[in-house]
Design a protein around this ligand. Structure first.
Ligand SMILES: C[S@@+](CC[C@H](N)C(=O)[O-])C[C@H]1O[C@@H](n2cnc3c(N)ncnc32)[C@H](O)[C@@H]1O
Length: 183
């Protein structure tokens, strides 16, 4: 099933209509976003779905932080999960995720600020995001510890948080590139 869902998304991404969105410009546009028009990013999203065993489950309430083009939430949604797709305000991301039928929401993670979402989630992901690294400078150990403490507020009892990016920290403030956090 995961394979056929992934193939379906790849064919959407390869279509002329989808590729035509390369010309979208607007506030917050970064040149390196164009790389996401490549189907290798669909494969990457599918690999994470597989690694997290999300293809074996249904109906999880998920929050994806910094969704970008939304390939990961799209696959999760097709598998029967309820996913909130989020990113910073950005015309390219809004256009692409809306095209994919994802109803993108604005969520900007900031150091020492509570994450502004309501309710609890079974799965919270932040995949290759850069909220800790760019624009406002690298996050300190204290910023990370605050972040994990706050995230406990929005993750359900048996839920988990998966974060992957360079220069991130785990919940104790130790450097890592990947963190599977179960509060
Ligand atoms: C390399 S892209 C990864 C996109 C997607 N998660 C993926 O794996 O394909 C990094 C993402 O982090 C988002 N991002 C950067 N700063 C952020 C912040 N402060 N809060 C939330 N998302 C942020 C960017 O807008 C972008 O979508």
């Amino acid at each position: 099933m995961l394979r056929s869902i992934t193939d379906e998304l790849k064919s959407i991404v390869s279509s002329n209509e989808f590729q035509a969105m390369r010309s979208v410009r607007g506030t917050g546009f970064f040149e390196d976003m164009l790389k996401f028009f490549d189907i290798i990013y669909v494969d990457r999203a599918a690999r994470i779905v597989k690694d997290l065993l999300l293809y074996r489950r249904r109906g999880l309430k998920m929050l994806d932080i910094g969704s970008g083009f939304g390939y990961f939430p799209w696959i999760c949604k097709r598998l029967g999960h309820y996913v909130t797709t989020t990113d910073v305000p950005n015309e390219m991301y809004q256009t692409v995720t809306t095209y994919l039928g994802l109803e993108p929401a604005i969520l900007e993670i900031k150091p020492m600020k509570k994450i502004s979402v309501t309710g609890k989630f079974d799965v919270i992901t932040a995949l290759k995001t850069s909220f800790h690294d760019k624009r406002i400078g690298k996050w300190s150990k204290t910023d990370w510890i605050f972040f994990y403490k706050d995230i406990r507020r929005i993750v359900s009892k048996k839920g988990f948080v998966y974060i992957t990016s360079s220069n991130i920290c785990d919940s104790r403030g130790n450097r890592c590139n990947k963190e599977l956090y179960r509060p």
